[in-house]
Design a protein around this ligand. Structure first.
Ligand code: PLP
Length: 476
């Protein structure tokens, strides 16, 4: 830096004078070519961004006239603008390859849906559809009448309703039954789910006064009973999705809570979170998942059970609510329901997912199928991938045992025995390789561990594996 300053004091050319204006830069051949194929205003704004960043470098003494001349001569501006254009095109919701081993990865869109579900969603999106009219009687009906019926058949209860996500379902439940009043919750269940969903904060926004009972590790039904009074609107149970309290613990039996609510005429609700739905013809998920399934929760007698669509159910993002008729009707009557209700595309996807389960094809749901994959199935895939990567210059790849996870706060202590390809690249550090793999199309997301990039194949399909090999080839 100090050398630069000495240079300029000796009367070296003023680098600011060499810096082209935006108009001049737009006339540079390579830049002109970019402007011709992309939006002109976008190219102009990227040129401006780059020139400003170079001006900053000059000001800080990091770029002198000679350096700037070199940059202009070797096409650095064209390359930089091209990179910004590439990044611009790759922003937003684009397809990605998930090699993290986290099946329900919130950052990567949680559950991919079954091809037939995707097809039902596409059909609903691109055309008119029967949404709020009964086509046989001509009467107006509710958009989720069919969904309600499917839920009832699958998990019991009298009726169902669906909103945008489970956070919305929990909010609607609190607000409907306890606005201006109290909701009683165990101290051990005042959870933060992530993405700023904290039970006490959501309650406050729902205009509900939180009454905490019990202690972090032990809460008994007598604690709820003592806290009940004329202001009680809701007895609530929240699944501790993303952590477990182990050791000296006691949780209230949901059936006891349901009984207590009925005795006092107070609504009971259970925010179940992951929403495991299993039928007899499905292969059960590993026992160590330790999740209460929706049917069992409903059978406990709790009035309202809420859960996510895109966690263990493997459906599109939604919050599903099942329970008894009067409670579901009350939720529907709340004006906030109108602000949280589902669009036709998601509804079509949910209906199609539940139909698959009812047809005995629940194990085909991608999230579930990925959780069921055994090491014997994953190992050959990992070896094929390792072989194709090793064939590339500068890449070393080895097959290693790995631990995958259900993800999204489902079963936080459960791991799925899995297989990964451990990759190193002679020209990249592990972090740099991880970043570079996200910059190619489609981006590849692995995990960094022990100075290498690990690509867990549990969440990788055969075509994804080909995509990963192409991504590495593109780095070269
Ligand atoms: C995941 C979860 C939520 C939030 O559900 P979203 O569908 O992500 O909005 C709320 N409560 C519990 C217990 C959860 O596990």
């Amino acid at each position: 830096m100090s050398a630069d300053r000495t240079d300029s004091s000796k009367g070296a050319p003023n680098p600011y004078r060499l810096l082209p204006s935006v108009d001049e830069a737009l006339r540079i051949e390579g830049v002109q070519a970019l402007a011709a194929e992309a939006r002109h205003d976008l190219v102009a704004s990227f040129v401006q961004t780059m020139l400003e960043s170079w001006r900053g470098e000059i000001k800080r003494g990091e770029l002198d006239a000679k350096g700037l001349e070199e940059r202009l001569a070797n096409g650095a501006l064209v390359q930089a603008v091209e990179r910004l254009l590439h990044e611009e095109r790759g922003r937003g919701v684009v397809r990605a390859i998930n090699a993290t081993g986290v099946v329900l990865h919130t950052g990567l869109g949680r559950s991919p849906v079954h091809p037939e579900v995707a097809e039902a969603m596409r059909r609903a999106a691109e055309s008119y559809c029967v949404l709020e009219v009964d086509r046989f009687s001509g009467q107006r009906n509710q958009r989720d009448d069919r969904l309600s019926e499917l839920m009832r058949r699958l998990v019991g209860g009298e009726a169902g309703i669906a909103v945008n996500n489970n956070a919305g379902a929990a909010f609607l439940t609190m607000n409907t039954f306890a606005a201006g009043r109290e909701a009683i919750v165990s101290r051990g269940e005042l959870v933060e789910i992530g993405g700023s969903f904290r039970v006490p904060d959501v309650m406050a926004r729902a205009n509900v006064r939180l009454v905490e009972v019990g202690s972090t590790n032990r809460t008994r039904i007598a604690d709820y009973e003592r806290a009940m009074g004329p202001e009680s609107g809701l007895l609530m149970k929240v699944h501790t999705s993303n952590f477990r309290v182990v050791g000296f613990t006691e949780e209230v039996d949901p059936a006891d809570m349901a009984r207590l609510g009925r005795e006092h005429g107070v609504t009971t609700a259970w925010d179940l979170g992951s929403g495991l739905i299993e039928t007899e013809d499905m292969v059960p998920l590993p026992e160590n998942l330790d999740e209460t399934d929706v049917r069992t929760a409903v059978a406990s007698g709790i009035d309202v059970v809420t859960f996510s669509g895109d966690k263990l159910l493997g459906a599109p993002q939604a919050g599903l609510i099942v329970g008894e008729n009067a409670a579901i009707a009350a939720l529907r009557k709340n004006p906030i329901y109108r602000a949280l209700r589902l669009d036709k595309v998601t509804l079509a996807g949910l209906e199609a997912t539940l139909e698959l389960v009812l047809a005995g094809r629940g194990d085909e749901i991608p999230a579930r199928a990925m959780m069921h994959r055994g090491v014997s199935e994953l190992t050959p895939l990992a070896h094929d991938l390792a072989r194709s990567l090793t064939a590339l210059a500068g890449v070393t790849a080895a097959v290693e045992p790995s631990r995958a996870q259900p993800g999204s706060g489902s079963a936080p202590t459960a791991f799925l025995e899995s297989v990964a390809v451990r990759v190193e690249h002679e020209r990249y550090s592990a972090e740099a390789l991880g970043l570079a793999l996200r910059a190619v199309d489609p981006p590849v997301f692995g995990r960094i561990q022990d100075d290498a990039v690990w690509l867990d194949v549990r969440t990788v399909s055969n075509s994804d594996a080909a995509g990963i090999a192409q991504a590495f080839a593109a780095l070269a």
